[in-house]
Design a protein. Structure first.
Length: 482
């Protein structure tokens, strides 16, 4: 390992893989994994890392826990972070050269509570506003968008560099930075945004000595369709269920296994709706909704399944974001059926490592399932290539190269601490009200101008009359002289 060169704080959400113990919730968290991969990449590059896991639970800041030389874990609850100077104290005690946050919520908290002068790399692991839109649709409440807007705005105003999860999101973020006045004379020629795609640890875990689902959860000869992870606000459960039902009616060997579930408190509606559909199905005995399972055994479900399934409604969240679970499936050779929305899904279809069908087309999904269930050679060919592709393309230490370059000498953005242009960028009702106000001002000004013009004309006419009268009086006086 290279000599330690910098001291970097990495902030992430709870549920990091390194925290698993008898009290931790054993739920795989994509933002938590991203923080872990950032920390691992920085440590392997020779930096000393303080990994801060932000919890919503009411637990005090715990003693430092050394994970390995140069990598220490701290756990900090939101209450302590937001009501005390715990984060600033950690920065001071650690003598940090820079800070990195993984995903929107930790980045927002870092933007608020890090010392103003500390170089800061923010991360938007998917578009906050697009996620807010998806949640507003699920709950039929546009007011839910506001917190997502606040998170994004806070990060874009403070961060010296921002990372995104796709090139599509990178371009959208550049536009958002422009509306926040960050594309100014100081940052001309300076790159504010980099893409760091979803990543994985390329090291594969060994399989369990005995099958974990075949012969126990499902029959030994079943064709297993796997869903792993959360059912989020953008999940198209109606199309999923209808497609599964049609395929199951045609092929009695098809079984659906789910290892995952609701994402409370973010989304507590989508998964229960799917459960209700399954409970009313004539094929419910072939649906196996296992809920959240311990991480240490999940890879065995990938190894024993025939096909993974993930599908979305079309949305900007899907377009700008990613689908991290696909990488874990690929690493263990599991082919997948997907809807093409995110950049990652486009890449996998182009590489013939995933099978796609149109959004919302349950019949097309059913036809694809029925076809692939009878073509083991096709799935086998994908298995042979999938693992190597995922390990080479999405290994965390390779994907994090822009971050590692910044961490070698953390820098502030050129416009840090400088006045930024005030842009008249407003939206919705605020814009309408502003336009109404401006229109009112224009009407008042026009009325005043018209009145001034009338007064000027009256004065001009008065001057002419006075001149005429003056001329008349002169003539009268001239005639009156002896």
């Amino acid at each position: 390992m290279a000599e330690i060169s910098r001291k970097i704080i990495v902030l992430g959400q709870a549920l990091l893989p390194v925290e698993l113990n008898e009290t931790a919730e054993k739920r795989l968290s994509a933002p938590g994994i991203r923080a872990w991969h950032f920390a691992r990449a920085l440590r392997e590059a020779g930096h000393e890392v303080a990994l801060v896991s932000i919890h919503s639970a009411n637990s005090p800041l715990l003693s430092a826990r050394l994970l390995e030389p140069g990598l220490t874990l701290y756990q900090l609850n939101e209450a302590d972070l937001t009501t005390s100077s715990a984060l600033e104290k950690l920065v001071e005690d650690f003598k940090s050269d820079g800070a990195v946050a993984a995903s929107a919520w930790p980045s927002y908290l870092a933007a608020l509570f890090l010392p103003a002068e500390l170089p800061f790399w923010g991360d938007l692991f998917g578009s906050p506003l697009a996620e807010g839109q998806a949640k507003a649709v699920t709950y039929q409440d546009d007011s839910l968008i506001e917190p997502f807007s606040r998170f994004e705005r806070g990060v874009l105003d403070r961060a010296d560099v921002v990372s995104t999860v796709s090139s599509y999101q990178e371009y959208a973020t550049i536009g958002a930075l422009a509306t926040h006045g960050r594309l100014n004379r100081h940052t001309d020629g300076y790159r504010l945004v980099y893409t760091i795609p979803a990543t994985l640890d390329p090291q594969r875990l060994p399989p369990a000595p005995q099958p974990v689902i075949r012969g126990t959860v499902v029959p030994g000869d079943a064709f297993v369709m796997l869903w792993s992870g959360g059912f989020n606000t953008w999940t198209d459960i109606e199309t999923l269920f209808a497609g599964l039902e049609e395929a199951m009616q045609a092929n009695p060997k098809l079984h659906f296994v789910s290892t995952g579930g609701a994402l409370s408190p973010h989304d507590s509606q989508t998964y229960p709706r799917f459960e209700a559909l399954v409970s009313a199905s004539a094929n419910r005995e072939r649906y196996h909704l296992l809920g959240w399972l311990p991480l240490e055994n999940l890879h065995n479900y990938y190894l024993e399944s025939d096909l993974g399934i993930i599908l979305d409604r079309w949305s900007y969240e899907g377009l700008l974001g990613s689908r991290t679970r696909l990488l874990d499936w690929l690493l263990y050779g599991l082919p997948a059926i997907i809807t093409v929305t995110a950049e990652l899904t486009e890449q996998l279809v182009e590489e013939h490592l995933a099978f796609s069908f149109p959004h919302g087309d349950s019949h097309a999904l059913a036809e694809l399932l029925k076809s692939l269930a009878t073509q083991p050679a096709v799935l086998s060919e994908v298995r042979k290539r999938a693992s190597a592709y995922a390990a080479q393309r999405f290994a965390y230490n390779q994907a994090c190269r822009p971050l590692l370059k910044w961490a070698a000498n953390p820098w502030r953005a050129p416009d840090a601490g400088k006045p930024r242009p005030q842009l008249a960028v407003n939206s919705g009702q605020a814009t309408l009200e502003l336009e109404k106000t401006l229109a009112g001002y224009r009407a008042q000004i026009e009325a005043k101008n018209a009145h001034i013009a009338e007064l000027e004309q009256w004065a001009h006419d008065l001057e002419k009359r006075l001149q005429a009268q003056a001329g008349g009086w002169k003539n009268m006086l001239r005639k009156a002289r002896p």
